[in-house]
Design a protein around this ligand. Structure first.
Ligand SMILES: [Zn+2]
Ligand SMILES: [Zn+2]
Length: 108
């Protein structure tokens, strides 16, 4: 099945994402086809497994895809697969709420 959608170059992301942040509408990024497609690919490639639990030898289904470097901090990496990680809800919560990551206010 082919599906065409708008995608963005890093240079475009560096313009688009700060505009969304300025409008407090980063949600628009998370519902964009470009992100949803990348997200689906990441989940598939990482076998729908939480990568942090996997590192601990546990199998936990991933429910979300996290940006290692946040969209706010590094907008140009927002659609870079190697910056994305499949996680379970618990790990995702921890990663966003531990001191180490307290600067991180990204929600997804
Ligand atoms: Zn996990
Ligand atoms: Zn996240």
């Amino acid at each position: 099945m082919s599906c065409s959608y708008r995608t963005y170059t890093p240079a475009e992301l560096m313009i688009w994402i700060p505009q969304l942040i300025a409008k407090d509408d980063l949600h628009a990024f998370y519902i964009s086809h470009a992100w949803l497609h990348l997200r689906a690919e990441v989940l598939k490639e990482q076998h729908h497994e939480c990568q942090l639990c996997k590192a601990k030898g546990l199998y936990v289904p991933a429910t979300t895809v996290h940006h290692v470097k946040t969209v706010r901090q590094c907008p140009w990496l927002a659609l870079t697969k190697s910056n994305c990680m499949a996680l379970c809800d618990n790990c995702h919560y921890e990663i966003h709420h531990t001191k180490k990551y307290r600067w991180n206010d990204e929600r997804w």
